[in-house]
Ligand binder design. Structure first.
Ligand SMILES: NC(=O)c1ccc[n+]([C@@H]2O[C@H](COP(=O)([O-])OP(=O)(O)OC[C@H]3O[C@@H](n4cnc5c(N)ncnc54)[C@H](OP(=O)(O)O)[C@@H]3O)[C@@H](O)[C@H]2O)c1
Length: 209
């Protein structure tokens, strides 16, 4: 599959490396594509990276999302995985900028009304992904988005990362997936190991095939 990952940071690199390993064609899009690319990946202007991709993955800081989407041009009919968290710095540290009566995922959908937006991959640390799936374990992870033919493509792509991807409901389920990320972030910032947290995907794993 041709995957455009908008971003070249920690999450973008982790996802890109995994997907390249299993044979997908990965391009990274950046607002400043002159910066060094992740290993073995092209980093291109956002619109160039997004053009022709089967799936576009948002892996940018929340503040950069509206401009990045606008830079991609018309995204009607396209399939997006929104892996971002709508984080802002509040008086007590990082907090969610939106919710609980809406979500970043739904705001992304409002920015690209003609696209199909799925919320996924936002609620676990990038460095955790490889460890979580080591030894053939397939941790359950939840995807929120429309029940359309594109859902199978999204679930398959996340399965290619080693996860047992399950559909958790419509995009509004992102209202629950984004606070899950906050639990992870708060634990990490407080010096506790978020991997030891009672994360929803720890308790249920699919046995190795
Ligand atoms: N890191 C994780 O473990 C993790 C896990 C799940 C979800 N997420 C979510 O994924 C997103 C990215 O997180 P990250 O940790 O990967 O970030 P990061 O390592 O800080 O990387 C951020 C990336 O976005 C680019 N960027 C920064 N500001 C931008 C802007 N205004 N417009 C366009 N691009 C901009 C940076 O490019 P330059 O270097 O050129 O500025 C860089 O490529 C966030 O929404 C985060 O909540 C992160």
């Amino acid at each position: 599959m041709r995957i455009a990952i908008l971003g070249t940071g920690r999450l973008a690199r982790a996802l890109g490396a995994h997907w390249r390993d299993v044979g997908h064609e990965v391009r990274h899009g950046a607002a400043t594509p002159a910066r060094p690319a992740p290993a073995e990946a092209d980093t291109l202007p956002l619109a160039v990276a997004a053009a022709g991709a089967d799936i576009i993955v948002l892996a940018l800081p929340w503040a950069g999302v509206p401009a990045a989407l606008a830079a991609c041009g018309d995204l009607a009919g396209r399939v997006l995985i929104d892996a971002t968290n709508p984080l802002v710095m509040g008086p007590n540290g990082l907090e969610l900028a939106v919710g609980p009566d809406t979500s970043g995922g739904e705001q992304v959908q409002a920015l690209v009304p003609g696209a199909q937006v799925f919320k996924a991959l936002n609620h676990m640390g990038a460095a955790f992904m490889a460890r979580a799936t080591a030894g053939g374990r397939r941790p359950v992870t939840t995807v929120a988005g429309p029940e359309t033919p594109a859902l199978a493509r999204v679930l398959g792509l996340i399965a290619d990362l080693g996860f047992d991807a399950r559909h958790g409901g419509e995009l509004a389920m992102a209202r629950l997936l984004e606070p899950q990320a906050m639990v992870w972030i708060r634990l990490a910032f407080s010096g506790r190991d978020p991997e030891e947290a009672d994360c929803p995907f720890r308790g249920r794993t699919t046995a190795p095939a």
